[in-house]
Design a protein around this ligand. Structure first.
Ligand code: BG6
Length: 517
């Protein structure tokens, strides 16, 4: 018998299926209540996503969407409002037939969410437009698309007025930022769990919904050639870049309060690190995967003040040219103080103190108004112990694996190849996979996946309470250190560049360099 035949492999006790059968649950009738129904997130992301998902009504017939906001609108004018938002923000032109199918399911309720008196009417409205499922449950999902300070207020009010109790089978979707430090996140979790069981709380980090980021798990755990190398013995360093060319746009007031660490590092970058560094899960059950992500967060080496001063740096953009267009300085943006010390850039070194990663630096870098929009993960492998190539034996490039998440998904591996006709010259060749070229299609937008997963009750791609806690524990000391010692030299980088020069020096002083620039 051929021992390499597939049956022989499958029969092996060392190679088995994980025995977890992933069922694809059918969608039940539901009502999605969007607090912040006329807000920016709703217009740009949620409503286009919902109309795309449910416009053709194949997924589910009986659903309703209820926008809640202060603006005085009725159902008909809310539908017009949405149509305008779709025309402006949808990636593809809106299909009229799909729109007509969708619009009839949309309603609006006007109220001041901070005042008691609107909630009884809200409850009545939800009850009236929610079609029960086969078991008689009214499945209601509350989406908190509101400024962070409002979430605890709304959740408490909902409890008082019986919107989160037994009246409905309710779930809640909470957008980031989840708190503004560890203690406010603990308090927010306490308020949420006072009204909802954990299996009904969905904490959104839209990066987890990015199909291109999920590919990291597929890439790592389906390609056995990389796994033996994926550790401190073979990896020299890992670099994570989340570079944005946009500025803060119209969000000055929010950004002044947040800054780059709360906006991107505590959530998106931490989740990327988790996917790069985690152990294989036992199977794709939500908590098996979330356990592994949280284990990474728990292994972060705490940063003391001297580490923060030596290995982290902040920046703020001054005026410059981005993609050929003039960009104003952060301090000139609307709702930003003229002497603001809010950072719009960070570079830092992070360690994960566990068996797999001890002493491997994870360099992170993110900022607004950088040279280009790119999110990628660069894994630089160690070099062989003896350099044999080049005129004086001085030529050698490290193997570099780059996983680009956006704007286009690409995986590339750099390797050394003999240069033609030269005796001892080495050439760095690139082996590439490109998502669009390969599949001829674009990845699904993150919100589509996340909303569907919430409807189906799958929490795999949502942050868990202990994970939120551990990530704040990691970034809190850095935020505090910076806020207590604000940078007086802001702005310290020109819009359209790769950030402050110290960012390069952070790696250069350790004999390394950024591989995205
Ligand atoms: C959001 C941040 O969470 O992510 C924004 O608040 C940032 O500041 C955005 O621009 C980036 O998301 P994406 O999907 O465009 O990379």
């Amino acid at each position: 018998m051929d021992s390499t035949a597939p049956e022989a492999v499958i029969d092996s006790r060392y190679v088995r299926a994980c025995d977890l059968h992933l069922e694809e649950p059918e969608l039940q009738p539901f009502c999605l209540v969007i607090f912040g129904g006329v807000g920016d997130l709703s217009q740009r992301k949620l409503l286009p996503t919902l109309s795309h998902l449910f416009g053709n009504r194949e997924l589910v017939q009986n659903f309703s969407i209820l926008g809640v906001g202060r603006q005085e609108l009725d159902d008909a004018s809310y539908r017009n409002f949405i149509r305008k938002a779709l025309d402006k923000y949808s990636e593809e032109p809106v299909d009229n037939e799909a729109w007509n199918g969708f619009a009839g399911h949309v309603y609006y309720h006007s109220m001041d969410v901070q005042k008691d008196h609107g909630y009884a009417a809200l409850r009545k409205k939800i009850s009236g437009i929610t079609i029960p499922d086969d078991e008689g449950n009214k499945n209601v999902i509350y989406y908190m698309a509101v400024p962070p300070l409002l979430t605890p207020i709304i959740v408490k009010m909902m409890k008082t007025h019986g919107l989160s109790g037994n009246a409905f089978a309710a779930k809640i979707l909470v957008e980031k930022p989840f708190g503004r430090d560890r203690s406010s996140a603990v308090e927010l979790n306490r308020i949420l769990s006072d009204s909802f069981s954990d299996s009904r709380i969905y904490r959104i980090d839209h990066y987890l919904g990015k199909e291109t980021l999920q590919n990291l798990i597929f890439f790592r755990f389906s390609n056995n050639i990389f796994e033996p190398l994926w550790n401190r013995r073979y990896i020299d360093n890992v670099q994570i870049t989340v570079a944005e060319s946009i500025g803060i746009e119209h969000r000055g007031a929010f950004y002044e309060q947040a800054g780059v660490v709360r906006d991107i590092v505590q959530n998106h970058i931490m989740q990327i690190i988790a996917l790069v560094a985690m152990e294989p899960p036992v199977g794709f059950k939500a908590d098996y995967v979330r356990d592994e992500r949280v284990k990474v967060f728990r292994s972060f080496r705490p940063m003391d003040d001297s580490f923060i001063d030596e290995y982290t740096l902040q920046g703020q953009y001054g005026a410059g040219i981005v993609a050929g267009e003039e960009a104003i300085a952060y301090r000139e943006e609307k709702n930003v103080a003229g002497d603001s010390v809010t950072p719009t850039f960070i570079a830092a070194k992070i360690y994960i103190d566990n068996w797999r990663w001890a002493e491997v630096p994870f360099y992170i870098r993110t900022g607004k108004r950088l040279a280009q929009r790119i999110t990628n993960i660069v894994v630089q492998f160690k070099q062989p112990p003896l350099r044999l190539f080049g005129g004086s034996g001085d030529q050698l490039y490290p193997n570099i694996l780059t996983l680009t998440i956006q704007p286009e998904e690409e995986i590339s591996l750099k390797m050394g190849i003999k240069y033609p006709h030269e005796n001892n010259k080495i050439y760095q060749a690139d082996m590439k996979f490109n998502y669009n070229q390969n599949f001829g299609t674009k990845p699904h937008p993150a919100y589509e996946r996340l909303i569907l997963d919430c409807l189906k009750g799958d929490q795999t791609l949502f942050a868990r309470e202990d994970g939120i806690d551990a990530t704040w524990e990691m970034v809190d000391p850095m935020i505090k250190r910076w806020e207590n010692n604000p940078n007086r030299n802001f702005p310290n980088y020109t819009a359209g560049t790769w950030g402050p020069a110290e960012s390069d020096r952070l790696l250069e002083k350790e004999g390394r360099r950024w591989h995205t620039s």
